[in-house]
Design a protein around this ligand. Structure first.
Ligand code: PGA
Length: 252
């Protein structure tokens, strides 16, 4: 399975920064054949920077972009929200849902995430569903149980290997510079794969990304762990060299 390196820009960048960042990423990808062969690359800009990213990617089909969230509703009176259909209309091929910054900061439940995934699938996009335990959960040795519950409740029946990606992101590793040990990542990804295999016929082909403090200097170690099929990158995706440095780590 070709790994995916996905950059979650979160609420960062001025419009000019976003234009520069996507131009630098495009240049880096197009001048590196080995990188193109080794990984798929996606970026997730803010909603407001999406049209600039779409414009920049118009003749660059090696890269794709998506949204950082969407509404659980199809349309109607939901002030401030963005629907999956709007994202699809805007050229998105994927949408991140269930990020811990949404689950914690916006009190989103797994059942909200489930509705969002349905909307994403109904609009023919790929759902990037984030799951992950808190430090408290890990210390109480409940990490696998918590992640499995999130999967159980967040994934609707429409899930398959072509329309869904799972991103395992321990909450305590996001933006902190801390990461689980390679053994802990291997165990959790194996557990997620095992759970998916019980539910889906094509579970072997579903990408499971790791996210949380992935940087160019730890990427090679993380990306070679069994059942890690790519990375969801936050902070390090805001600089083209460090973002592509993570993808290059796959090529050795
Ligand atoms: P980070 O964020 O790489 O800055 O830790 C990852 C994420 O939130 O997706």
């Amino acid at each position: 399975m070709k790994p995916l390196i996905a950059g979650n820009w979160k609420m960062n960048c001025s419009l000019d920064d976003a234009k520069r960042l996507i131009a630098d990423i495009i240049n880096g990808v197009y001048e590196d054949d080995a990188l193109q062969a080794a990984a798929d690359i996606m970026v997730f800009p803010s909603f407001l920077h999406m049209s600039a990213v779409r414009h920049a990617l118009a003749n660059h089909s090696l890269l794709a972009f998506g949204g950082q969230d969407c509404s659980a509703h199809d349309d109607g009176a939901h002030t401030g929200d963005i629907s999956a259909r709007m994202l699809s209309d805007s050229g998105c091929s994927a949408v991140i849902v269930g990020h811990s910054e949404r689950r914690v900061g916006h009190t989103e439940t797994s059942s909200d995430v489930n509705e969002k995934v349905r909307q994403i699938h109904a609009n023919k996009m790929v759902a990037v569903v984030c799951v992950g335990e808190t430090l408290e959960d890990r210390e109480a040795e409940r990490a696998e149980e918590i992640v499995q519950k999130q999967l159980q409740e967040s994934l609707p029946a429409s899930v398959n290997a072509s329309n869904t990606i799972i991103a395992y992101e321990p909450v305590w590793a996001i933006g902190t510079g801390k990461t689980p040990s390679n053994g802990e990542i291997r165990m959790m990804h194996g557990h997620i794969r095992g759970y998916l295999e019980e539910k889906l016929a094509d579970a072997q082909n579903l990408r499971i990304l790791y996210g949380g403090s992935v940087k160019p200097d730890n990427a090679a170690d993380i990306l070679k762990i069994n059942e890690v099929n790519g990375a969801l990158v936050g902070g390090a995706s805001l600089d083209a060299d460090s973002f592509l440095g993570i993808a290059k780590a796959i090529t050795g």
